[in-house]
Ligand binder design. Structure first.
Ligand SMILES: [Ca+2]
Ligand SMILES: [Ca+2]
Length: 497
């Protein structure tokens, strides 16, 4: 614990010298809403023609919508750790879902911990850090509402069950594909590869419970400035949502995303390995005649998530804290539905990394503004510090987005960097996506003429200068993966559950 105390002192000391920190009256609150596995299928981002997200869209109209925002890593744990610590996977070695980040980086500053150390009341609910609960550093929070899984919340509570653990609903698998049972891996049923409607009200869903908790907190907010993080679990698998959301989408009428069946022909070996890892799942879904149904289930889950976002916004608007609260909305990674023959996340292509990011900062952002400048979620930590007048801890690798919040059209020369496992990176600017894998394989896509990333231009000699310009933004080091270290500590985490 001693290193943590030392670090805490180091963080506290500069804050005492900060004029903003000495005057609570000028420090805004923060409401951060995090969606899980929500790709760009959001109305205001134009990623899918039929998706219904009226609440996220109205949030975008209140402030700045980033149309070219990217996760630091396209999967839960490394994405969230990078966002909350402001450090890239290539610096921390947190590349996948295995490492319990705070054990590997004891005492490291995180957004909630830094805000708490600087006098904020920090409250979190649902999935903020990666599940399972051991990944949530409790000392970051003044209060926390644990993530609740699936539906039948009251019934499970009445039976004395632990509602913070995953449980299959009665009738599993709801998608009617018996083979998915083989994909469920005990003890955590990690694949969760199921979808279907539940005959439950919203509040019986885990996300509904989290929102109810946040609504109560916002109705009677803490007297000190607060940082409130609400993590909505949908549209993460399993795609269960109340039936009314499924009824909003008729499977046969849903537009499928553009898919080029021979798209992988020009992909280097490292990309093929990533793409084809889940090809069997895609083939199973197609063979079972369920492809349109997974689109329905995902869109239903997205709209359910959107309704949760809307309730949080309404609760804030009704709160005494409404006028002094910054709102940030983001998602940790995207999801493919057959693009590049892939039915999952964890790729360096657009469907995995281009994600919603909306910031509403009273007195700073302008209504109904948008920017196509490329940004990364590692930029959020320094951005929130600047907006709230907090000191910048050492080691943050992002850059404050406040200049863009004020002037969305200003020049911005930094591309967004996305990393998947050690040494594989994508760099995105306003026109190009350049991918460099650890084995040297490359892809280059021109979004001006090829928004679906179908034609790999990496071997075109006339584009060498484009690659060279982006290459200089690759990280200087690729930290060793902490996965092996994580395996050694996994037994202990399991015992703690
Ligand atoms: Ca996720
Ligand atoms: Ca291709």
């Amino acid at each position: 614990m001693k290193p943590g105390v030392t670090l805490l002192a180091a963080i506290l000391l500069p804050s005492l010298a900060s004029p903003a920190a000495s005057d609570d009256a000028v420090r805004p609150n923060v409401l951060m809403i995090i969606a899980d596995d929500l790709n760009d299928w959001v109305g205001c981002l134009g990623g899918h023609p039929e998706v219904k997200t009226p609440n996220i869209d109205r949030l975008a109209r209140r402030g700045l919508l980033f149309t070219n925002a990217h996760c630091a890593a396209p999967v839960c744990n490394p994405s969230r750790v990078a966002t909350f610590t402001g450090r890239r996977p290539s610096s921390t070695g947190i590349y996948d879902n295995a490492p319990v980040w705070h054990e590997m980086m004891p005492g490291i500053a995180s957004i909630p911990q830094h805000f708490k150390a600087n006098g904020y009341y920090t409250a979190g609910g649902g999935k903020v850090y990666h599940h399972p609960p051991g990944f949530n550093r409790r000392s970051d929070w003044n209060e926390y509402f644990d993530q609740v899984f699936n539906g039948h919340y009251q019934a499970r509570l009445a039976r004395g069950e632990d509602v913070t653990n995953f449980a299959w609903p009665d009738g599993y698998p709801l998608n009617g594909i018996p083979e998915v049972r083989a994909l469920a891996r005990p003890p955590r049923n990690a694949m969760e590869f199921d979808w279907g409607p539940l005959d439950l009200p919203d509040d019986e869903m885990g996300d509904g419970q989290m929102v109810r908790w946040a609504e109560k907190l916002l109705a009677d907010p803490p007297r000190q400035p607060f940082f409130l993080a609400g993590g909505v679990y949908r549209p993460h698998l399993p795609w269960y949502a109340p039936r009314e959301y499924f009824n909003m989408y008729l499977p046969e009428d849903i537009t499928a995303p553009p898919i080029k069946e021979d798209d992988l022909d020009d992909i280097p070996e490292a990309g093929l390995v990533i793409a084809e890892r889940r090809r069997g799942d895609l083939e199973l879904v197609r063979r079972s005649g369920q492809y349109q149904r997974i689109l329905q289930a995902y869109l239903a889950s997205v709209t359910f998530c959107d309704v949760m976002v809307g309730r949080l916004l309404d609760a804030l608007d009704d709160s005494p804290a409404a006028k002094r609260t910054i709102i940030v909305f983001w998602s940790d990674n995207g999801w493919h539905f057959g693009e590049k023959q892939h039915l999952h996340k964890m790729t360096l292509w657009a469907r995995s990394t281009r994600l919603p990011l909306i910031v509403v900062a009273p007195g700073v952002t302008h209504e109904d503004s948008r920017t196509s400048r490329p940004v990364s979620f590692v930029d959020l930590f320094p951005t929130l510090n600047e907006l709230c007048g907090l000191p910048q801890p050492d080691g943050l690798e992002g850059t404050s987005l406040v200049p863009l919040l004020r002037d969305p059209r200003r020049t911005w020369d930094r591309p967004a960097l996305v990393t998947y496992l050690k040494g594989n990176h994508a760099l995105c600017d306003e026109r190009w996506r350049f991918i460099r894998y650890a084995d040297g394989g490359e892809e280059l896509y021109d979004h001006d003429s090829d928004p679906n990333e179908w034609t790999n231009l990496a071997d075109k000699p006339e584009l060498a200068a484009v690659k060279a310009k982006l290459t200089k933004w690759l990280p200087k080091t690729d930290a060793p993966s902490l996965r092996d270290k994580a395996k050694r500590s996994k037994t202990r985490v399991r015992n703690e559950k």
